[in-house]
Every structure is written in structure tokens, then in C-alpha cells.
Design a protein around this ligand. Structure first.
Ligand SMILES: Cc1cc2nc3c(=O)[nH]c(=O)nc-3n(C[C@H](O)[C@H](O)[C@H](O)COP(=O)(O)OP(=O)(O)OC[C@H]3O[C@@H](n4cnc5c(N)ncnc54)[C@H](O)[C@@H]3O)c2cc1C
Length: 379
């Protein structure tokens, strides 16, 4: 067992760190207020090759291992979670297409995602179906060479910005009914971008409703291996990415707090000299290191493009909750400044809060972990 990054991974981390700290760090607060990351900034990480890390080389990507992606996500989320979300979605959804799509999808979509020309997003949630995806109502009814799609999706991150939608639907073909994934291009008649969801965080990566009204999609856009189970399994990549971004945001809060407690004084001494606060910082460090090891374990053990469902669930649960605690403790150490919008901590708090719900809540992750340990429930 080797706990060190390779020299190539250290180089990748250092380059991502440089970009994040020189470009994104200073602008993140403005993008959060404006509810937008400008296109030229979204395309910067694509230009560095970060959108195509998980995309095979033959389709214009780097063909890297999941670990490389998580290293980059952590660094970018340290500066700006919203920007990291674009890197995450390009890779995670491209990985779905690479693993579950047909050759034609790979050839047409993956090079465009790697270059940043096409932003993909995943549309699963519906007003009545979030954790319980079996309640999806969106239908795709076969009509000759097309599916006719009807339904409403909600909370879809980057829904108004994306060019390609990976949509979970109920396929109906005569008597045959099955859930699965369909690729729908932006601009397809019958696809409307609905209201922007007024979320607490992730402001630079806004979520929207999507409404499908008799939206005709070629049958060829159905993901070749995109049955419902495969679609759910493919969430393990997203969950590791989510955990890595939570970790990056929490590391930022920790770094800010470590600097602050060594400068700020109260009762004639530095905050860093109060024993209670020293232990708080120590506990934050323990949580960060433990989260990082779980995230790296899930990535290092990934086979055939996907981390194990259980290891990804463990990493996400722990990293989400550790990040919330670390950011909250950092806010406490900052006193009123921690609660002030002049400092980054309140934005980090809002962003990590969303990560504990998006991609499957921590309760749903615990269900997956318990199922791996105890088997399915008996009624
Ligand atoms: C920032 C953000 C971005 C998002 N982006 C996307 C996106 O891009 N695409 C997309 O499809 N969706 C997206 N979502 C939606 C997200 O996937 C859902 O919110 C999530 O799956 C939970 O579903 P829900 O909100 O309907 O909550 P519900 O399913 O109604 O759950 C409510 C509560 O009950 C708990 N719960 C539910 N079932 C169980 C159970 N069996 N056991 C124990 N507890 C349970 C949940 O953990 C939660 O605490 C996003 C959400 C957020 C906050």
C-alpha cells in the first residue's frame, strides 16, 4: 500500500493548484454574487485538459485514472466549488457516455466534451422522485425511429447552460417498459428550460427545471448499455467527485482558519494559544485526512471506469459530513468574520451544504453501505 501521489500526480496537482489560486480564488466571490461563472473561465480548465481526464485518448481525452480527476477537483474546489462543478460534470457524464453509450455517441460527444465545446448535465430528479428514482414519471414512448419524451425534471445543475442532457426516462416500446438513459441535445424541439431553482449555494453552476413536451428524440440517442441499474451504478464516479469537491472546500476553510488563529488575539494571547481552539484545529485536521484517505481509496480501487458503489458511498458520506463540520468550525474560529460575506467561509458553507444532498443524500449513501453489510431489508 502506497499513500504517496506519483510524481506525475504531484505535477498535475501543482498545476491545478496554480490555476485555482491565481485565477479562480480571487473571482469566486464575484461569480457567487453574480450567479454565473463566465464562459471564458469555464473553458480555462477545459483548455488545460481537465474536462477530458476520464475520456479515452482516442476520443480526445487524457485517459487518466479517476484519482487524477479527484486531485484536480479538490484543488479547484479549494478556490471555487462552482468552477469545479463544471470539471466534475464534464468528466462524470463523459464517463457515462464512454461506459454506457454506443460508438456513435462516443465519437460525436466525447471530443466535444473534452474540448469544452459541449457542457453535459444529468437529469434524473423530478418533483416526486429524488432519492426514490423508481418513481420517475418522465416517459419516452417509441414512435417509429423516435422516442416522444414527456415529463418534468427539477434541480438540474447547469440545466440552462448545458448542451447535452443525459436524461433518465421510462422507455415504452409497445408492451415493453424499461427505465434507462437517453441523450437529448439542447435545442431539440419540445425541450424547454424551466425556472431557475433559487438555491442556497452553487451559484455559479445554477440548477433549473427542464420540461419535455412531446420532445422527439432519435432512437439512436438511447444509451446502448444505459439500463436503469447501470445508470445508478455510474453514480459512483459522481459521488467520488462530490466527495473530492467537499474535501477541497473544507481544506480551504481549514487553511483560512489556521492562518487566522495565529494572527487574531484575545485576552492577551493568540487564538492559536487557547487549548480548546488547538484541539478544535486538531480535530479538523483529523477529519480532513480521514476523508482524503477514503476518497483516494475509492478512486484507487476503481475498476472498469467505476469505483465500487460501497466505497464511493462511504467516501461521500464521510467527506460530506466532515466538510460541513470543518467549515462550520472554521466559521466559529473566525467569530463574526466567519459569518460575514466579506470572507469566503459562508460561501464555502453554502456550497458544501449542497454537496451533502446532491448526487444522493448521505442517508441514501448509508442505505447503500448498510445493504452491502447486511443485505437487502426483509419485510
Ligand atoms: C445543489 C444540488 C444540485 C443538484 N443537481 C442535480 C442534477 O444535476 N441532476 C439531478 O437529477 N438532480 C440534482 N439534484 C437533486 C438531488 O439529486 C436530490 O435533491 C436528491 O437526490 C434528494 O432528493 P429529494 O430532494 O427529492 O429529497 P427526498 O428524496 O424527498 O428526501 C428527503 C429526505 O428524506 C431522506 N430519505 C429519503 N428516502 C430515504 C430512505 N429510503 N432512507 C432514509 N432517508 C431517506 C433523504 O435523505 C432526505 O433527507 C441536485 C440537488 C442539489 C441540492
Amino acid at each position: 500500500m502506497d499513500f504517496k501521489l506519483s510524481s506525475e500526480q504531484e505535477l498535475l496537482r501543482d498545476e491545478a493548484r496554480k490555476l485555482a489560486r491565481e485565477v479562480f480564488q480571487e473571482k469566486a466571490a464575484r461569480w457567487d454574487r453574480q450567479c454565473e461563472v463566465p464562459w471564458e473561465s469555464i473553458r480555462l480548465p477545459a483548455g488545460k485538459g481537465y474536462f477530458g481526464l476520464l475520456i479515452p485518448e482516442q476520443y480526445g481525452g487524457a485517459g487518466s485514472a479517476p484519482m487524477d480527476l479527484l486531485i484536480v477537483l479538490e484543488e479547484i474546489a479549494w478556490a471555487c466549488v462552482s468552477t469545479a462543478l463544471y470539471v466534475f460534470s464534464a468528466n462524470a457524464h463523459a464517463n457515462r457516455i464512454a461506459q454506457l453509450g454506443a460508438d456513435a455517441h462516443r465519437r460525436s460527444d466525447l471530443p466535444r466534451i473534452a474540448s469544452g465545446e459541449v457542457i453535459p448535465c444529468h437529469a434524473m430528479s423530478e418533483p416526486q422522485a429524488g432519492s426514490d428514482a423508481s418513481r420517475l414519471r418522465t416517459t419516452a414512448v417509441r414512435d417509429g425511429d423516435h422516442y416522444v419524451v414527456n415529463g418534468t425534471k427539477c434541480w438540474i445543475s447547469r440545466g440552462a447552460i448545458a448542451h447535452l442532457y443525459l436524461v433518465d426516462v421510462n422507455f415504452r416500446d409497445g408492451d415493453h417498459a424499461e427505465k434507462g438513459l437517453l441523450l437529448i441535445e439542447r435545442g431539440t424541439p419540445g425541450l424547454e428550460i424551466g425556472k431557475v431553482e433559487p438555491l442556497m449555494g452553487h451559484h455559479g453552476s445554477p440548477s433549473t427545471e427542464l420540461v419535455f413536451r412531446d420532445c422527439r428524440v432519435p432512437v439512436a440517442n438511447r444509451m446502448a448499455k444505459g439500463d436503469f441499474q447501470a445508470s445508478l451504478m455510474s453514480m459512483s464516479v459522481s459521488r467520488c467527485c462530490n466527495a473530492a469537491m467537499a474535501l477541497g472546500a473544507a481544506q480551504r476553510a481549514f487553511d483560512e482558519a489556521v492562518e487566522y488563529v495565529q494572527q487574531r488575539e484575545a485576552f492577551g494571547k493568540r487564538l492559536a494559544d487557547f487549548q480548546g481552539l488547538r484541539w478544535m484545529v486538531a480535530d479538523m485536521k483529523v477529519k480532513l485526512d480521514a476523508a482524503r484517505l477514503l476518497v483516494y481509496r475509492a478512486a484507487a480501487n476503481a475498476t472498469s471506469g467505476f469505483p465500487s458503489e460501497t466505497e464511493a458511498a462511504i467516501a461521500k458520506t464521510f467527506a460530506n459530513e466532515a466538510a460541513l463540520q470543518v467549515v462550520s468550525d472554521a466559521m466559529q474560529l473566525f467569530g463574526a468574520n466567519g459569518y460575514s460575506c466579506a470572507y469566503p467561509l459562508e460561501r464555502l458553507y453554502r456550497d458544501v451544504r449542497g454537496l451533502a444532498i446532491a448526487g444522493g443524500t448521505t442517508q441514501i449513501q448509508r442505505n447503500l453501505i448498510a445493504r452491502a453489510v447486511l443485505g437487502r431489508r426483509r419485510y
